[in-house]
Design a protein around this ligand. Sequence first.
Ligand code: ADP
Length: 301
Amino acid sequence: MTAEEDLVDYKEQTPRVKKYFDDLHSREAILKVENLGKVFGERPGATEALKGVSFDIHHREFVSIVGPSGCGKSTLIRILAGLETSTSGSAKLDGKEIKGPGPGRGMVFQSYTLFPWLTVGGNVTFGPKMRGEPNVDIENEVEKWLKMVGLADFKDHYPHQLSGGMKQRVGIARALANRPRILLMDEPFGALDAQTRSLMQAYLLQIWRHVDVTILFITHDLDEAIYLSDRILVLDANPGCVEEFVEIPLERPREPEQFLDPRFLSVRHRLDVLIHGEFPKEANELSFIGGEDRFADDKAD
Ligand code: ADP
């Protein structure tokens, strides 16, 4: 672990990054969440999952939500998707109160929610067909989306013929084919192995770079959140509330080498402290365990 005193200040930004954020904040806020609250059940025994949550997300911004288990990440994203109702406050997309699911919001979950009886092409065109879009447009579009997620040659395959990463890419293409204003992603890469996960992160960054879409992304992987995001919303638990909205001080486009950037490490340390608290120093002094200390000689040096 890097010694704390060696870390740069995670709030320090290069002129390029500062300009990026000035520009980002000057863009319209497409999602506005104000004083949002959610209580499950009736008293006594009710659970306050979210309390007084407020934040804005700007057009074409990439925001991740992180926080300890049970801090209300899924509840929040489900309210924004219109799959759950809040008990107080408001959430507006483009100025309109969110009251149920709508085409302005695309969802990608961890579990693949593809229709197993439809081909890859059928899955991607399902939404536009349901909305009655002309067939020619749909056919042109499906090629485009499949190419973008690297699956142009898999249009006629069925979901069971695809790997986990490929299924998730179809899920992203399917969500994008509905031309959402915002893509809501709940631990989309959580079930994938590390290598596939890195590949998916690269795909997602390329998609976000080229498509006019805003992304809200839940993850418990702090490195993933830093690598992908403009800002990270850190939630605290019991009840779920905003602890800090952290600006990522890394330039774009992102490269894997940035995982070793001192700014990456400093923001990673900040997130660790916010989520897990300071490392308890006493944990290094477990003399009460007894037994022989295999590093005793080193300590004496
Ligand atoms: P996270 O996604 O951060 O792990 P959740 O949003 O799943 O957190 O849950 C937040 C809190 O709300 C937890 O205490 C959880 O037990 C509770 N909760 C979530 N869904 C329900 C539900 N349908 N009924 C009752 N309590 C719920």
